[in-house]
Design a binder for this molecule. Sequence first.
Ligand SMILES: [Cu+2]
Length: 732
Amino acid sequence: MRLTRREFVGVSAAAGAGLVIGPQILSRLVRGQVLQTPLPGSAIPQFTDPLPLLDVAGGTIQTLIAGATPLEIHAREFRSLMLPRNLVLPNGQPYGGTWVWGYIGGAAVPSGVRDTYTGPVVVGARGTPTEVNFVNDLGSALTSRVRFWRDATDQTIHWADPLGTGHSMDHYAGPIPVVPHLHGGEVPPVLDGGPDAWYTSDGKYKGHAYYTKPTKGKKAPGNQAIYRYPNTQEAAPLWFHDHLLGATRLNVYAGLAGAFPLVDPGLALPAGLHPVGLQRGASVDYVIPLVIQDRMFDTEGQLYFPSVGINPEHPFWIPEFTGDTICVNGKAWPYLNVEPRRYRFLFINGSNARTYEMFFVNPITKLMGPSMWQIATDGGYLDAPVRIDPNALPGLTKLVIMPGERADVIVDFAGFGGQTLILRNIGRTPFPKGPPPNGSTLGQILQVRVGLGPVPDGSYDPAGGGSLRPPLVRLVDPALGALAPGLVPSKIRQLTLNEVMGLGGPLEVLVNNTHWSGLHMMGGMPRMDFTPVTVGGVTEHHSEVPMEGDLEVWELVNITADAHPIHTHLTQFQLLNRQGFNVGGYNAAYEAAFPGTDMVDPMTGMPYPPGMYIPGFGPPLDYNLGNPRALGGNPDIVPFLLGPPRPPEANEAGWKDTTIMYPGELTRIAIRYAPLDTPAGMSGAYPFDPNAGGHGYVWHCHIIDHEDNEMMRPYSVRPKAVPRSLLMGTHY
Ligand SMILES: [Cu+2]
């Protein structure tokens, strides 16, 4: 296929209109860099190439069945066919693939163009630790052919800064740093792959929280980290992705993401349900991952990332990346051939900032369906399948996932033989109040071509009722939206989600109005109500320091205009409820509580008077004593609550590690710092020290552009004095 002249003119006009020559672009031109011209998503042909499937199912996504043998996974740079393979570019050249970064299992250097960068999919088994040597073979930002990466780095935000240049206004041009994080994993803190555990491709530079399992006797190369995941938790659709401090948005955008479905050999699933798919007689129908990521491309078919910042303080960081092209498993608008029977899909929202609100529809007849049956959330199987039926108004009609969330879903295409369906997206951007997506581009995710039938199907039928598993541990009664009977939280924390405005728009985004450092402002004074924690010679000031085994209730007050997917490391939580509040009234009380300070307001040049919001001050009151009802240092939300609490949706009533916090609402979660299968009412302890090496974890917004610019806090767990079966330096 070839772009028509009209499309090409459209591309050029759009690119010209969007091009604002700011000083940063001029400086790039001075350095002789090539300016990228965007290729509008509307110019990319749709549904021409098949969706990449697992290689065990005949597809191209590398699948690694993890056993006792250690794995080696390399982060590499290569070309991947993200756009239609027969595309002719506006310059008349045939499309030859898009330069990306991806994880590839094995030591062999791949040659040629790959079908996808998604993966690998590592199937881990509960009870058998998975040891992975993550090797960084990405080279240097100076010579990388992933052009957008260097041009979008912003060294003015709190980032890894391997070369120690401070808050340089230039782009980063050194060896590329990475750090892999197992999202949803119940792992020791030194294996968490947190933002400060990064290491560069040349092996010379490391973050202060870097860790690798000791290699007996021989010196390990510096460009790798060996993580031995304990796999002690219940079966769950985990995934892994890069988590580099201040540049996760760029490393993930370049392609560093895979899946880690953890299966439980000891869990008896219903007949016809296989740990990694559906069982049909003697054969296994493997799960079809759907890693959904919006992207932008340039006229040469390369990844494009807007990098003209909106505030002079951060010349290249943009508050939220949302692209104009939908990619699934690394392909722009792919199609999938199915038979008219059941399939199992693992949805992973791997996008930077876009929320998807999805259902199947026949675009010709406009009839909606089939239903989706969700069988697992982020942290594992639900007690029973939950139907998401687009025709069931006012019931649960759409699958809504924000960045970081997963949904394990069964869809039955029986009765749809011969039809061509679309997986449609109506998620607004920003979510949930922005404009809806264009129906012909961002409103479409995947085309599903259903073959003629009927065909026999002996696989597990979620419509048949019955339970999926022994009842999961309930910290929450989801029907009531209340704590399970008899449970009393050790602590209640009431924390805020804040957006700090600059002259040109959002300047940074915060949790509890607190920077990562816990200092009042960068380079400022520590708060006396926070706990200093030193790791690798660097001191952070933690405000959330839960006791191992404790059940806490966190109430997150979203006083921003948009929804945020809040993610906790180490432990999953259960959603208690959501409740509206009088935003104007609460904001007034919140602002009034700020004490004033000698620090100068950059907007006015004057010190902040009492009663004025101070960005990055932390909470206005003392964290421990300021609000007698709840920790957190914020005025009590209770007088401002509106209406009754809303229980979680049926498909949220399981373990979650990432959940949607809507604007103007208080979202309450029940979170316990213990293995998830610890019975309710019991305290519990991890088989590893959750404070091993003195390290902590993080909790943050999973809009990656937000987490990269301060919407993330380090936290640490006070461990119990109990013997551990897994020891640092020995078992991991
Ligand atoms: Cu956010």
